[in-house]
Ligand binder design. Structure first.
Ligand code: HH2
Length: 262
């Protein structure tokens, strides 16, 4: 799954694809690079990001979805009901909802649904996230969302531990280590580690129990190696989808992984 942020403030590609032409060009480039799904988002969910109006989010994503949906499967990354409706009417067929609250909208449109775990909102989620047992709490939360979504009639479901969404570096590592357990539920798993803060932190020599910011993290553009390592780990654990910015490099890694494992 390739990330296409039609935003001004996304943490790694903010402002690059706010322009319609640039966004469609990047979408087509990802198709040529071998992507299976293009995930179009119009509002950043990075820590500290503000909320934008639904009308503006629709204005950003709908034309891009209309342009790309004939060429590739498109998902919409949104937490707003009206944006989800508009995007699914425009040709998106997968609803990637980091708030896990829009399963009914996916069911109504016969679309797939991604249920992701997050603790808090982008405004407060990284302030001091705490869990008694992060793996247990995240897995229980996701299993509840699956039961609800299936009861609503969603036929295609993915679950996502929500790396970086209300998680410390250690929490992210624990959740990645526990991916085989999540995969064992039988529900397809999606994971998004691409260029995230914990990769910048660990790549710069930060400790596993440290906080992002304790050492100067690698710039998001310099996090490819860690992003690939975590994507390949996720593939080895059996996840169905990895959500990435660097499509060409990840496809190359995925092909090598597939052929080695075959
Ligand atoms: N991560 C981001 C956004 N959407 N969706 C799912 N299912 N899983 C994720 O891990 C995930 C997601 C954050 O990354 P990005 O879109 O690059 O940044 P921003 O939120 O700043 O636009």
């Amino acid at each position: 799954m390739g990330v296409l942020n039609v935003t001004s403030d996304s943490f790694s590609d903010g402002g690059l694809y706010l322009d319609f032409e640039a966004a469609v060009r990047r979408g087509r480039e990802m198709v040529a690079e071998g992507v299976d799904v293009v995930d179009v988002g119009g509002e950043s969910t990075r820590p500290g990001a503000g909320v934008i109006a639904a009308e503006e989010e629709i204005r950003r994503v709908v034309p891009v979805i209309e342009a790309l949906a004939a060429e590739v499967r498109v998902s919409v990354d949104t937490t707003k009901e009206s944006v989800a409706h508009a995007a699914l009417c425009a040709g998106a067929s997968l609803l990637n909802d980091v708030s896990s609250s829009l399963a009914a909208v996916a069911a109504e449109h016969g679309a797939g649904f991604v249920a992701m775990h997050r603790k808090g909102t982008p405004g407060d989620m990284q302030l001091d996230p705490r869990y008694d047992d992060v793996v247990k709490e995240v897995h229980e939360f996701l299993c509840q969302r699956v039961v609800e979504a299936q009861a609503l009639g969603v036929a295609e479901l993915y679950i996502d531990p929500g790396i970086g969404f209300g998680k410390t570096v250690r929490h992210n590592l624990q959740l990645l280590a526990a991916l085989p357990e999540l995969v064992a539920t039988g529900i397809p798993v999606l994971v998004g580690t691409s260029r995230k803060g914990f990769i910048g932190h660990l790549g710069a020599g930060g400790s596993c129990d440290g906080r992002v910011g304790e050492v100067a993290p690698l710039h998001p553009d310099d996090r490819l190696e860690g992003s690939l390592a975590s994507a390949v780990w996720a593939m080895a654990c059996g996840v169905a989808l990895v959500r990435v910015h660097d499509v060409a490099a990840t496809v190359q890694a995925a092909r090598l992984f597939r052929d080695t494992a075959a």
